[in-house]
Design a protein around this ligand. Structure first.
Ligand SMILES: [Zn+2]
Length: 440
């Protein structure tokens, strides 16, 4: 995007701010917000985007996206994944390092960062904690940190060795970066295909116990206590994990956590027809778990919503349930699904906060980390970056898996009619989505 950003007027929406929502037009020029106010004059030549009835917020930030490039371009590419992100209202995403080869070297990180230039949202990368994500030898965290990498994870699997995790935490603390853990004890989870409970017994499928997640989280919290290094917990899925996090935060440990829209919206009962689209890791849990996760997000025990967008091409996903790969698409449906799942617990504005300021702070791209004109996550004030999500809470649409921007089709919401849709997205002042249509 080397051309100059146009002047854009977002007209007649309700701007979501830190102290409430107020009716205002927003003018973005040269990539930054230049004016906010009621019924502003439209500058000559400006692009006018109607936002009547819509919530106008900072662009969303996703802490957890699998872009699959390099190595699995049949599932997703940086190009298709960032287009899906923009359609979902995101202006930044963190690309997970479980690519092939994994992002465990400066060369691969540089490759993904280069592929991320000129896209309809910002591409940040997470580095692997260990070489090859094998959980043995530490990746060159310092070299990766020098490229701006602030999050490290072996996501896809947890770091099994407590000794390796302890060493990684000590090293990360010195570098000022954050480790993000996919909590899963591989021995406890071995062979499992869904949550170990009532539905796994009924369906005769091997289970993954809640303890597989909770045991590793408990160990890692002990290591955080010992090392003083910060840690972020990916896709928290059980009420036992929520209890561990609540105690850790009450104690003052430097921990943050995320939950996915699908773990808020769906339960293990969704697996009843053996459709592998509902296979995901961690697995869909019980209704008590989803309620505990929603409450935890409301109370701040869980900080952010993150998609864990995990594309798999139809030929890979179309397998018997126990053999299919785990993962679901998430970017294009995240905001509508989260607002609906959190009704009665969080207002739409509060949900947006969990998808903007909170993840931007965890990814270290917020206004505390960057100049306002290039920061992510808002707030939407004069001088802020022109990253804007315009969401129509009343629009209804039926999810068509064939029409997603993603190269894959594995959305659990195919055929579902959702309420609320991202109408426009601006990235760095460019309207990259207009009326729910990608402009790139
Ligand atoms: Zn994971």
């Amino acid at each position: 995007m080397s051309e100059a950003a146009p002047t854009v007027v977002i007209r007649g929406g309700s701007v979501v701010g830190t102290s409430g929502t107020a009716r205002a037009d927003v003018v973005v020029a040269d990539g930054v917000v230049v004016a906010l106010g009621e019924q502003l004059q439209v500058p000559r030549g400006a692009v006018v985007l109607e936002a009547g009835g819509c919530l106008v917020s900072p662009g969303l930030v996703d802490l957890h996206t699998h872009l699959r490039q390099p190595g699995h371009e049949e599932a997703e590419t940086v190009e298709s994944g960032t287009r899906a992100a923009a359609l979902g209202g995101f202006s930044a995403l963190v690309a997970m390092p479980n690519t092939d080869p994994p992002i465990d070297s400066a060369a691969v990180a540089e490759e993904v960062l280069a592929l991320g230039k000129g896209r309809p949202c910002e591409v940040l990368v997470a580095g692997a904690i260990t070489i090859g994500r094998r959980g043995e030898e530490l990746a060159p965290l310092r070299e990766l940190a020098a490229l701006g990498v602030r999050l490290f994870t072996d996501d896809g699997s947890g770091v099994q060795s407590g000794a390796v995790m302890r060493r990684a935490l000590e090293y990360a603390r010195g570098l000022g970066v954050t480790l993000a853990q996919h909590c899963e004890d591989a021995d406890l989870a071995a062979g499992g295909a869904m949550h170990d409970g009532e539905w796994s017994s009924r369906l005769g499928l091997p289970g993954i116990p809640a303890a597989a997640e909770e045991a590793m989280m408990a160990r890692d919290l002990a290591l955080v206590r010992q090392t003083g290094a910060p840690m972020h917990f990916l896709h928290v899925s059980t009420r036992g994990s929520v209890a561990l996090l609540a105690a850790a935060k009450a104690e003052g440990l430097p921990v943050t956590a995320e939950v996915t829209p699908h773990h808020l919206a769906l339960t293990h009962a969704a697996v009843c027809g053996y459709d592998p689209v509902f296979k995901v890791n961690p697995p869909l849990r019980t209704a008590e778990d989803t309620r505990a996760l929603a409450r935890a997000l409301g109370q701040g025990t869980i900080d952010a919503i993150a998609t864990d967008h995990a594309p798999h091409p139809p030929e890979a996903k179309d397998m018997p349930f126990d053999q299919a790969p785990a993962g679901m698409l998430g970017l294009e449906t995240a905001l509508s699904v989260s607002i609906r799942a959190l009704e009665g617990v969080l207002s739409p504005e509060e949900v947006i906060g969990r998808m903007t300021a909170a993840p931007a702070s965890i990814a270290r791209v917020s206004v505390a980390d960057r100049p306002a004109g290039s920061a992510q996550g808002g707030p939407l004030v004069v001088g802020a970056a022109g990253h804007v999500c315009v969401f129509d809470p009343d629009a209804t649409w039926t999810v068509d898996a064939q029409r997603q921007a993603s190269r894959s089709r594995n959305t659990p919401f195919a055929g579902t009619t959702l309420r609320g849709r991202v109408r426009h997205t601006l990235y760095a002042g460019f309207p990259v989505v207009i009326d729910a249509e990608s402009q790139r």
